[in-house]
Design a binder for this molecule. Structure first.
Ligand SMILES: Cc1ncc(COP(=O)(O)O)c(C=O)c1O
Length: 366
């Protein structure tokens, strides 16, 4: 049996007639730039996340970049984050001219360890940019307490946290702004690239809307900010609005698989299963286990037709463009976790037989 790690085409099959119709509507309508589908998608997304404003942009990376520009982050500033993330979280900090300051992660959640943040704060620290990783929220309460105490802003990297909540409150409500990604493999994936910024702050909303169109103000060809071509394509907005209608059903199916993994793989010596922090829901963007025999397990699974992925094999500061940001303190947990993590297939179109095969394959290794 060959288990697919993702099944993007099956998402199309679920919604084929609706998707074909909206794509045709956009192409035949000729309203390609920031048209009605953008507006409808922004409104639906803001409602889903209980936020005042949602600003659709070209990608999750653009969301982070625009949020940071809107927050005035730049040369001379330090931004606290982690080295255990997708590169975009850090690349965008560096692109503003600011310095990323890596703080170690929690060994159980793989996210920013709040207890280590204060030691990294200096007079230059302007923001904390934690990442909601793999489908659950970072330690939103403690991180916001620290930010408040030190007068810092919090920017949420919510690329992997669509519909994730803490005590029922969705991502996007724990910082000045949050950036989401609709990259094809995300829980809500575009037919290409897409992203969203959410904020409850009117000034941030105004700035982000302006920066995504070259910093243009209310009047055409008058510029208030340095900006980008950062808009979301109208076709993607239309596709995403349709796909949003399936989020609940697809999320529930993923949860069934996650719960089977959690119960049927429990108690295996040498295998650590993901935990969900108190108050969080987990939307399982990834189902990530930990084992000191990671590479051997991955090879064993591959031989049995079970693909797996390593998110993330090499901490960011070990890559050439980021080596100069290696901190003076240890990132031991980051280093260890990146050698041990393995993400198992989890998507809404896995069959019960495929899930059984994944479980049996993992069990047969141990
Ligand atoms: C944590 C994180 N941040 C940022 C991004 C960037 O998003 P995009 O690929 O849409 O630019 C991604 C996803 O790819 C991500 O996983």
């Amino acid at each position: 049996m060959q288990v697919p790690f993702y099944d993007i085409k099956a998402q199309y099959t679920d919604l084929a007639s609706e998707l074909d119709a909206v794509v045709h509507d956009v192409i035949s309508g000729g309203n390609y730039v920031l048209g009605p589908h953008n507006k409808a998608f922004e409104e639906a997304f803001a409602k889903l996340h209980g936020v005042k404003h949602a600003i659709a942009v070209h990608s999750g990376t653009d969301a982070l970049r625009i949020m940071m520009d809107a927050a005035g982050i730049g040369r001379g500033d330090e931004v606290i984050t982690t080295a255990f993330t997708f590169v975009a979280s850090v690349e965008t900090i560096v692109q503003t001219g600011a310095t990323p300051v890596f703080v170690d992660i929690d060994p159980a959640t793989f996210m920013l360890d709040a207890s280590k943040i204060e030691a990294a704060i200096t007079s230059k620290t302007k923001a904390i940019l934690p990442i909601h990783l793999f489908g659950q929220l970072f330690d939103v309460v403690r991180i916001n307490e620290i930010a408040k105490k030190h007068g810092l802003i919090v920017l949420e990297d919510a690329a992997q946290a669509i519909e994730s909540t803490h005590n029922g409150t969705p991502a996007g409500n724990f910082g000045i702004s949050a950036g989401y990604s609709f990259y094809v493999t995300k829980n809500l994936g575009a037919a290409g690239d897409g992203g969203m910024i959410t904020t409850n702050d009117d000034e941030t909303d105004e700035k982000c809307r302006s920066i995504r169109v070259h910093g243009m103000g209310r009047e055409r060809y008058y510029y208030d900010h340095l900006g980008y071509t950062g808009r979301l394509d109208e076709i993607q907005a239309a596709v995403l609005t349709v796909k949003m209608t399936k989020l609940g059903e697809w999320g529930a199916k993923k949860l069934v698989t996650a719960n089977r993994y959690l119960s049927e793989l429990a108690g295996i010596d040498g295998l650590t299963l993901p935990i969900t922090s108190p108050g969080n829901n987990h939307t399982f963007h990834q189902f990530t286990v930990k084992t000191s025999q990671r590479d051997e397990l991955q090879a064993h699974l591959r031989d049995l037709g079970v693909p797996s992925m390593i998110y993330y094999p090499v901490p960011i500061h070990h890559h050439t463009p980021y080596a100069s940001f290696t901190p003076t303190w240890s990132l031991d947990v980051t280093e260890e976790v990146s050698k041990q993590v393995l993400s198992l297939p989890i998507h809404p179109h896995l069959t019960p037989e495929q899930v059984t095969h994944v479980i049996e394959s993992v069990k047969s290794f141990f």
